[in-house]
Design a protein around this ligand. Sequence first.
Ligand SMILES: [Zn+2]
Ligand SMILES: [Zn+2]
Length: 649
Amino acid sequence: MVHIEFPDHSVKEFPEGSTGIDIAKSIHPQLAREALSISVNGELWDMMRPIRQDAAVKFHKWDDEEGKHAFWHSSAHLMAEAIEALYPGTKFGIGPAIEQGFYYDVDPGEGVVISDADLPRIEAKMQELARQKNEYKREEISKKDALGLYSKKGDEYKVELINELEDGTISLYKQGHFTDLCRGPHLPNTESIKAIKLLSVAGAYWRGDEKRKQMTRIYGITFPKKTMLDEYLVMLEEAKKRDHRKIGKELELFTFSQKVGQGLPLWLPQGALLRERLENFLKGVQKAYGYVPVMSPHIGQKELYTTSGHYEKYGKDSFQPIKTPSEKEEFMLKPMNCPHHCEIYKSKPRTYKELPVRYAEFGTVYRYEQSGELHGLTRVRGFTQDDAHIFCRPDQLKKEFKDVIDIVHLIFKALDFSDFETQISLRDPADKEKYIGTDENWEKAEKAILEACEEKGLDAIIEYGEAAFYGPKLDFMVKDALGRKWQLGTIQVDYNLPDRFELEYIGSDDLRHRPVMIHRAPFGSMERFVAVLIEHTYGKFPLWLTPNQAVVLPISEKHVDYAKKVFSFLNNSDIRTLIDDRDEKIGKKIRDNELKRIPYLLIVGEKESETNTVSVRKQGHGDQGSQSLEEFAEKIREEVEKQTAFQVE
Ligand SMILES: [Zn+2]
Ligand SMILES: [Zn+2]
């Protein structure tokens, strides 16, 4: 018999060699149907794999990332089987599950091209194979046998992968006529793959190395139900419409130039102004919470980053040092603002009475990303963090954490992100050696975070073992209008940098102590935040933030003079207003300006010019009746005030 422990810590006995399916069945037949994979002592296993030792287990269903992962990874094998059947002799690279679906890198051989037009045929073959209910059978084999198998098959990609594996750890999975080198886990059989969509074909270098063979990467997604696929495809269409790159262009917020360089966004006037409003809002909040501004240059001596450890982490795979006429000097583009802020902290001696010190800077940092990884504003090579570093005493951590949580809340409220999740990343209690800092400090910090979250009413997910080696952290993930999750703000405790930079303060005991450092960026980066905001709002920003708040539309040429009067009155009242005095029909003007996502359309004709009023149309709300200019201006001010008002608790 083996002892099986469940997540609620209950333990049951099962015959040795029982599988996940056996165990699930004993709990409930439905669980056996729904479970897609099982964690066995923290390792992901197939539901069919016999368990021969005492183990702690956890089942993963479709709702878990792990469950989807097994589903999509199994689908990648299914696609490979279909491709092998349709394109005999195809060689296979890797075929992982990804955040949404899966891909497989394949080499169909000299002169054979697989294009988008071929996808329906592969899809149909997959459907046919899925209906055969073939089992995914696991087999463990020696390295020698694995090499023999794939050398014989002539698949040099798999041979290369096997050569890097250690003997005794190699497993194969076989379903139908297809065998793949794989760690698993997989579904019991192909039956549950009910809905299949192959999405696109792209080129991808073998192992991401541009000097090596370009393979064909085929992306797809599968679901256990047809309706789920339908919903996904609708979401995908909607996501395309909301693509921040498309809307950013339409609204003239930002651009990219090949000449300036890939991944280096250029903010256009409307985008720069929008960003300035975001920054000013956060600056106002931060000032109220006792932050002070600092500024630091875009480069620093290489030595600064060897001290901080960033050179070790980013140096080799990032922008290379900048040389100067003097051979001894080397500078780096800054990958992080923290080292600079540590040196600012060190600019004078500190005592316990001065702490906490909170330095804030909208600091631009540079990190090299491979060109294939770049994506609009979400993956760039230069970006501005809404960064701040808090240097405090250990006993101040909780209060500081609570304040940062408040700041994040204020931002989410002002920007209408009402749906978000939080995750607390703590140490792995079983492996304390890999973390820097004393046990006592870690316990204090973890307790401070947990209590701060609880007192702020955050229902945070706690992940053990997810902390960085230098400290625990709290992450905020927002759900956008399409239900997609984005990681935004982070609050991170750090014991490492204060050590590396030998930061100190004199305590009430007259002795030297190390302050604790908190890194925090509620937006994350301005670029990424604006991208998420665009996709979330469809470019219809909250009134306080939106580029143009109102537009005046004269009904005919006769009313242009009055329209100009309205236009200057509102701009003088600090309401960002445009005028559309084109010689067009009023219906067309309304449609055009609605497309520009301007929240208020002010129509002026005979009646309005006589009574000094405007006829107000609000986007999404229709006709609001006629209002005097003062009345309208006052309403806008009130609405903005309501959106951006905050109170320090
Ligand atoms: Zn696999
Ligand atoms: Zn930092």
